[in-house]
Design a protein around this ligand. Structure first.
Ligand code: AMP
Length: 206
């Protein structure tokens, strides 16, 4: 597959968790706008300061900010054979912009019902040393590292509700947009992490 792959789905669908297997299979680098924005917030850059209020409220960061971030990232050498986008594009405007600067070969839509999302997100934890994502119940971390796990500031119940509304209003219309282009691959995200991964890999290996 020469172009880029998009990992698409609501917050907590498992995009970040599945990204690693796709990276191993395709050797395309993972480009997560959420990770890039959190990095910008943590170093306190101008971009980070602009993004922080939106992120903490659970709203989308304005398209202009995201478009600039992606344009810079795609100039790097490792992006020349396509990348794995995680959490991008999130609006039709972002998808149109992406279509004008890169080729998208497949859109993997990880589908999870709303009722499962809150429990998935509120129990989510991250290892700050490796970036690995765990869940207190569904995917517990080894005891040796459990003391260093952190919880994202926006992974609380009230912010998740805003993030879900943003997803339904601004992001989910993209599924139809990509479906019309014959690029959308629907994956049942409501099964074990391994089974979701196997389903994704079987589509990408064809
Ligand atoms: P994520 O880690 O993908 O859940 O993203 C965390 C937060 O970063 C989101 O709730 C948004 O505030 C912001 N964000 C990440 N990616 C985008 C994007 N492509 N467009 C707009 N906002 C984004």
């Amino acid at each position: 597959m020469n172009g880029s792959i998009v990992l698409f789905g609501p917050p907590g669908a498992g995009k970040g968790t599945q990204a690693k297997r796709i990276v191993d299979l395709t050797s395309k680098p993972q480009v997560s706008t959420g990770d890039m924005l959190r990095q910008a917030v943590s170093i306190g850059s101008e971009l980070g300061l602009a993004a922080k209020v939106f992120m903490e409220a659970g709203e989308l960061v304005p398209d202009e900010v995201i478009v600039g971030l992606i344009a810079e990232r795609l100039k790097e050498n490792d992006a020349s054979g396509g990348v794995l986008f995680d959490g991008y594009p999130r609006t039709i405007a972002q998808a149109e912009e992406l279509a004008s600067i890169a080729e998208v070969s497949a859109v993997i839509s990880i589908e999870v019902p709303d009722q499962s999302i809150i429990e998935r997100i509120v129990g989510r934890r991250m290892d700050p040393e490796t970036g690995a994502i765990y869940h207190t119940k569904f995917n517990p971390a080894p005891e040796s590292i459990s003391g260093r796990l952190i919880q994202r500031k926006d992974d609380n119940e009230s912010t998740v509700k805003t993030r879900l509304s943003a997803y339904h209003e601004q992001t989910s219309p993209l599924a139809g947009w990509y479906e019309n282009q014959g690029l959308l691959i629907r994956i049942n995200g409501n099964q074990s992490i391994e089974d979701v991964g196997d389903e994704i890999i079987s589509h990408l290996s064809n």
